[in-house]
Design a protein around this ligand. Structure first.
Ligand code: P6P
Length: 344
């Protein structure tokens, strides 16, 4: 009989990594059940995405979400998966989902030590129909005081109060990337065992970049500072940036961020004439904040163009924000150009 393929059992599992973080980094052990629930949610969503063509769930749901965007069936299914699994920990006080207008309150009197989980259950779902990468994004805050569960404004905490954040990319393989405030660790789903095993320990972003990610079809709607930066990138070696850039645009923020964590770069989604009324395209609480925490933990920067994203004081749990994130030198220049324009 053929011997079973040797499992690569050297790579630490997610559970082993989290237990080590409890011992060495003072990670709160009560966070582990919740992080396992989030990882389970990502495994289930990965399975739903992989099998979507056979279950007829790749199409539109025929509804629109609070963002006014057409919901895909898998947006709704993925949301239900996260709600089901993240509700099982009795330390979770509330869930904030991109797909649902109201806050899900799970406790009547949330207080110190309870968690709030913010998530985009399926980011980039318009890619599903064309079999391109999609993902899930999550952010966790631990309460240090009692909050009022009858007022949705109670979940409006700045990104700087996150204790952990991460995402999963459903691509050729399923990645799970996590920070608990001591650097960024990348895991890959191991077919067969179902384990998330460490494949990218200590992910870091270099200060310089040779790739930018922006939806350049919106150029005519951009403000001057972004056009200035973009034109300089296109000018290449002979231009003020003195180097050639390559461009990528996957229409899935998790994919862009994962590429930047893997080989550097900058991701840009500005406020422009087309989205200024809504405050931009990307959402602060469950897209920009978690991704900014991860990017900073990997040595990069994340700015609105005028301020650090993690310092933005939220006014609504679905509010949007301009996003410039990635390699420090690129974000520094973008911020400099925006500040110069602001000073006139
Ligand atoms: P555009 C996906 O809908 C998303 O929220 C991000 O994941 C992605 O970066 C962006 O919007 C894509 O925007 O302009 O290409 O549709």
């Amino acid at each position: 009989t053929e011997s079973a393929p040797a499992l690569d059992d050297k790579a630490l599992t997610l559970r082993e990594t989290l237990l080590n973080a409890c011992r060495s980094d003072g990670l709160d052990p009560d966070l582990l059940p919740l992080l396992e629930d989030i990882a389970t949610s990502c495994r289930v969503v990965s399975h739903l995405v992989q099998s979507g063509a056979f279950t007829g769930s790749l199409g539109a749901a025929g509804s629109t979400n609070v963002q006014g965007e057409a919901q895909q069936q898998l947006d709704v299914l993925a949301n239900d998966v996260f709600v089901r699994h993240c509700s099982s920990s009795d330390r979770v006080a509330a869930l904030v989902s991109e797909e649902v207008e109201e806050v899900y309150w799970l406790k009547d009197n949330p207080g110190p030590g309870d968690y709030i989980v913010y998530f985009d259950p399926l980011d980039g779902s318009s890619n599903l129909a064309i079999n391109m990468c999609v993902g899930s994004i999550f952010s966790v805050v631990r309460l240090d005081r009692e909050i009022d569960a009858s007022d949705d404004r109670s979940v409006l905490l700045p990104g700087s109060s996150q204790i952990c954040a991460g995402y999963s990319v459903y691509g050729p393989s399923t990645s799970f990337v996590l920070t608990t405030g001591n650097g960024v660790t990348g895991f890959t789903h191991q077919p067969g065992t179902g384990e998330f095993r460490v494949t990218h320990p200590d992910m870091k972003i270099g200060d310089t970049a040779s790739e930018f990610a922006v939806n350049a079809s919106r150029y005519a709607m951009w403000d001057a500072p972004l056009r200035r930066y973009f034109d300089e990138c296109l000018a290449g070696q002979s231009g003020p940036r003195g180097q050639r850039y390559n461009m990528r645009w996957v229409a899935s923020m998790v994919s862009e961020v994962h590429r930047i964590l893997t080989r550097g770069g900058v991701f840009i989604y500005p406020c422009d004439e087309g989205n200024r009324e809504q405050g931009g395209k990307l959402r602060l609480m469950y897209e920009a904040n978690p991704m900014s925490f991860i990017i900073e933990q990997a040595g990069g920067r994340a700015s609105t163009g005028l301020e650090r994203i993690l310092d933005v004081v939220p006014t609504s749990h679905h509010q949007r924000v301009a996003v410039f994130l990635g390699s420090k030198s690129e974000v520094d220049v973008l911020e400099q150009y925006h500040r110069e324009a602001q000073q006139g």
